[in-house]
Design a protein around this ligand. Structure first.
Ligand SMILES: [Zn+2]
Length: 332
């Protein structure tokens, strides 16, 4: 910046920025002034250089396993060579770009639960001319934390004896089969585009009693993670579809009890567990907010509540991240 201060045009911009701040009576910081000058410089010197490099941005740049992240693709500004296809993957799952205004494309991706250090996204943009751009971006993950947590007690489970008994092999086989069916629902959700046009809703308006990934301790060590979000509710309280989709699975599972899985397209599935009653059937199209079942305590639980889960393809992800998306993806 110092060398460029000799440019008369820059002096002019700096002068006008400072004058503007003085006349409006707002004293900007030196940092803010410098930022303005940099923006003006960028505008002055980038224009004659022509097309910009395509960019792939993943946000947030740092997150946790199980998160849903946002991918933004800003292709080149060379308008004559139109884009014919965009494909890509992140965390072993395909990503699905939707075009937004001003030639910006957006997609979401999931961070695998077992991921460490970083996860990469790789996207190929194919043009009408046959040219292709390959872009990569990375998300940083925290190093595994030491088991001792600061200033916050971890949940200690007082476990019902029927839950601590080892499972017989037939039961374990049943659980494996049910997990495989849920995984298959997730993979199939990649085969249709997003069906929703509004933000995801909470499945119940009630208090959240357990969050995603809350550490559960047993004899002082973390034994398992909670792979969903629990909402308070009495048996019979209503449960609503978080968004538009097609009911993919209704069944009674060993661990999850009475379940409903909704395929929203675009790789996204939501699951509703421990229901006392289900009100939909596989193949039904449900609207956002439609009542699909009632809170219960079926499956391996100690009391009535709603466990809400989400998948991105084969990955289990934090359903609260769907709420946080708002209309950023799949909205109009
Ligand atoms: Zn739960």
């Amino acid at each position: 910046m110092r060398a460029l201060r000799e440019f008369p045009v820059l002096q002019l911009i700096r002068f006008s920025v400072i004058t503007g701040k003085l006349t409006t009576g707002r004293l900007g910081t030196r940092y803010a002034q410098t930022e303005w000058v940099c923006l003006a410089l960028a505008a002055l010197f980038s224009a004659p250089l022509g097309a910009q490099e395509p960019r792939l941005i993943v946000t947030p740049a740092r997150t946790s396993p199980g998160a849903i992240v946002r991918l933004t693709l800003e292709p080149t500004s060379a308008g004559s060579d139109s884009i014919v296809a965009i494909s890509g993957q992140m965390g072993g799952e395909p990503v699905h770009f939707l075009e937004r205004d001003s030639r910006v494309w957006r997609a979401i991706g999931g961070i695998p639960l077992g991921a460490a250090d970083s996860v990469g996204a790789r996207v190929v943009v194919e043009h009408f001319s046959g040219a292709a751009d390959t872009l990569s971006a990375y998300v940083a993950l925290p190093r595994p934390r030491p088991t001792r947590s600061r200033g916050r007690r971890r949940r200690s489970l007082s476990v019902d004896s029927r839950f601590t008994r080892p499972l017989d092999s037939a039961t374990q086989t049943r659980i494996d089969r049910e997990n495989a069916r849920a995984g298959e629902v997730g993979r199939r959700a990649h085969s249709s585009p997003p069906m929703w046009t509004s933000a995801f809703l909470r499945p119940r308006p009630s208090t959240i009693t357990s969050r995603f990934g809350s550490g559960r301790t047993f004899n002082g060590t973390v034994r398992s993670s909670h792979l969903g979000v629990d909402f308070a509710g009495k048996t019979g309280a209503p449960v609503q579809a978080a968004n538009r989709g097609i009911v993919a699975l209704v069944d009674r599972f060993f661990l999850a009890g009475n379940v409903v899985y909704i395929d929203h397209g675009g790789g996204v599935v939501t699951g509703y567990f421990h229901l006392s009653k289900t009100l939909v059937s596989p193949g039904d199209t449900v609207t956002r907010g439609q009542r699909i079942g009632m809170v219960g305590s079926t499956g391996r639980v100690t009391g009535p509540h709603l466990h809400w889960s989400a998948r991105y393809g084969g990955l289990t992800v934090n359903p609260l991240d769907l709420l946080a998306l708002g209309r950023w993806y799949g909205g109009r």
